[in-house]
Design a protein. Structure first.
Lengths: 224, 413
């Protein structure tokens, strides 16, 4: 699957592509407005990661052009602007999601995965990962066809892990994912530990393998 | 003391002194001149007597004339000196100017005394004195009236400018408009005030812009650092020590980006970027928040009680969300395991209380930026100032109470 990263900050673009470059994604990059316009008109992408402030123009104009051309590429806006108005405007213009800088790369990967899933299965989708089966519509999990009773947060956590398979996710990224920007209580990492412990226990009790590994107390990895 | 009063007092005092001095001087000068006049008349009389004696050899008969007395006294020695005196005579109301001079008639030596009444002179000086006093009085009264009426009118633009200046807010965009005045000094003053306040507003807004821009510009490097850390921890060969180092870096970056976000938020609130308000159903909002925090509280064994009545508030949607998040986060993070949180929503009031081991907050400083009771705190000390700022721009009054080990915030609107 091809992903286009339109971001003028080269270092950030490097990081994004390095993180996304696994077996699943092929990353292409552009750094300014005109070359981005060229690319989006010539090729189709599963998802476009689009920065709003670009040299030579606004990312939102690229988004508008995509919509005028009736292109179905998924669009994830990344911007330093975090006001509700900006988000609403971008989503109304046709973006699929909006992520505020600074973000964690696992968060970006999870969002891109979600956009691609939504685009390809029309929302009626399932993720299968060995014996695990996640029904994204019903928001439930089955292990070898047996339902596992997870809390909302545990389900979100599992989905997040599966979107970042074989990657180390820092506790900070997990906290941010579960609690968002505004809740300034998330640095109680014990809480994340409890959540992950419960999730592991429930999955293993249902007969799943022990996928979640702790990495020196710094983060966790979902190894498949 | 008012400028008027001060000015009037000095003015009055000097006027009175000058008038009194000049009236006294005037009195003496007039009196001197008038007496000189009378002395001249007496001298003429003396010459007439001398001429008479010279021609007839005898003293003239004193003719009784009004206001004039002539008498002779026989002396045994020649009286050489001529002498002017002012005397009072028995039975006469007025004083007299008297000239004594020696005269020889028929080989006998006499002292002749010619006296002229000073009645007219006294009357004149008295009138002059009265007129002067009357003038002083009239001038004082008029100057008082002028001071009161005219000065008040003259100073009116000054007070108008002061009133306008009172409404000046450095964080408001509109500049001050002074009504035009014909007095150069006031025009100059208004221009200067206008220029200074405009400059202050400009610098203030530059400062605000700077804060906002600085926070904005910081987002990208922060995003880069964070993304590099996210990549770095993918390395299979990281040792435990290195991982710990990475964790510290993560925590610091987290703190920095939160700080940055909070500063940006404060700058935006000050910039009135959250001016659109809508009617918010607070009961629903709080119920949502209670739900969102539920697992967190459960995890820390914090028991939460809530009584929610229907309540609405005019508030910006985003700010409402941030306000509630901050209030609940605050009540959670300063709490302890097995602690309590109580939420009570009434029609026009929201009370949030939480148990805490921390001491009473200093009510004068608690809303200041970067204030934190405990210097080593993990939090940036902006939470309460954000709460306060949101309350301030939204017309909500916030009150803090402390009793036992319970901290309570009461929001009223």
């Amino acid at each position: 699957m091809k992903v286009l990263v339109i971001e003028d900050e080269k270092e950030l673009s490097d990081s994004i592509c390095a993180y996304l470059a696994n077996e699943q994604f092929v990353c292409e990059r552009t750094f300014d407005f005109s070359s981005s316009m060229e690319k989006i008109l010539l090729y189709d992408y599963a998802c476009i990661v689009l920065d709003v402030n670009l040299p030579g123009g606004s990312g939102l104009d690229i988004l508008k052009e995509l919509k005028t051309q009736n292109k179905t590429d998924g669009v994830l806006i990344i911007s330093a602007r975090n006001s509700l108005d900006d988000k609403v405007f971008a989503l109304k213009t046709g973006a699929d999601d909006y992520l505020t800088k600074p973000f964690h790369l696992p968060e970006l990967a999870a969002r891109i995965n979600a956009i691609i899933r939504r685009k390809s299965f029309d929302g009626k989708n399932e993720i299968t990962c060995n014996e695990l089966k996640l029904d994204l519509g019903q928001k439930n999990v089955r292990v070898n066809n047996d339902a596992v009773d997870l809390t909302k947060k545990e389900y979100e956590l599992l989905l997040y892990f599966i979107s970042n398979k074989n990657r180390v996710i820092s506790k900070n990224a997990i906290a941010q994912h579960l609690w968002g920007d505004n809740m300034d209580v998330a640095d109680s990492y014990d809480f994340i530990y409890t959540h992950i412990k419960n999730l592991r226990k429930k999955l293993m009790q249902a007969g799943a393998a022990d996928y979640i590994k702790s990495i020196y107390g710094m983060g966790y990895k979902f190894s498949v | 003391m008012k400028l008027f009063a001060k000015y009037t007092r000095i003015n009055l005092l000097t006027t009175i002194i000058i008038f009194l001095l000049s009236a006294t001087a005037f009195y003496f000068v007039i009196r001197y001149i008038l007496i000189n006049q009378v002395d001249n008349d007496l001298r003429i009389e003396e010459r007439e007597i001398e001429t008479y004696v010279h021609e007839h050899g005898v003293l003239p008969e004193p003719i009784p004339v009004k206001d004039q007395k002539i008498s002779y006294a026989l002396v045994d020695r020649e009286f050489l000196k001529r002498k002017f005196t002012t005397e009072h005579f028995e039975g006469e109301g007025d004083s007299f100017r008297v000239l004594h001079f020696g005269i020889t008639a028929g080989e006998k030596m006499y002292i002749a005394t010619v006296a002229k009444s000073l009645e007219g002179t006294d009357d004149l000086t008295r009138s002059i004195l009265l007129i002067s006093l009357a003038t002083i009085l009239v001038i004082l009264v008029t100057s008082l009236v002028i001071n009161r009426v005219l000065l008040k009118k003259l100073w009116q633009p000054f007070y108008t400018s002061l009133d306008i200046l009172k409404n000046f807010r450095v964080d408001k965009k509109q500049s001050l408009n002074f009504p035009s005045t014909q007095i150069d000094e006031f025009t100059f003053m208004n221009q200067t005030i206008g220029k200074t306040t405009n400059q202050a507003q400009q610098e203030y807004s530059l400062l605000k812009e700077f804060t906002e821009n600085a926070s904005h510009e910081m987002q990208t490097p922060l995003a880069i650092i964070r993304s590099k850390l996210d990549l770095l921890i993918q390395d299979e060969n990281l040792s435990e020590d290195q991982s710990k180092t990475m964790q510290s870096a993560y925590t610091a970056i987290e703190k920095l980006s939160r700080l940055n976000q909070s500063l940006l938020l404060l700058a935006k609130i000050e910039n009135n970027q959250y001016a659109d308000t809508s009617r918010i159903n607070l009961k629903d909002r709080i119920a949502e928040k209670l739900d969102a925090f539920h697992e967190l509280w459960q995890n820390q064994n914090i028991s939460v009680t809530s009584t929610l009545k229907d309540a609405t508030i005019n508030l910006n949607t985003e700010l409402a969300d941030i306000l509630l998040n901050n209030l609940f986060s605050n009540a959670t993070r300063h709490n302890f395991s097995n602690g309590t949180i109580d939420v009570a929503l009434e029609e026009k009031q929201l009370k949030i209380s939480n148990s805490s081991h921390e001491n009473e907050l200093n009510s004068r400083q608690m809303f200041l930026r970067f204030f934190s009771q405990d210097r080593k705190s993990r939090y940036n000390g902006l939470g309460l100032s954000i709460i306060k700022q949101i309350c301030d721009v939204s017309g909500i009054s916030i009150q803090y109470l402390f009793s036992g080990n319970e901290h309570r915030f009461i929001l009223t609107w």
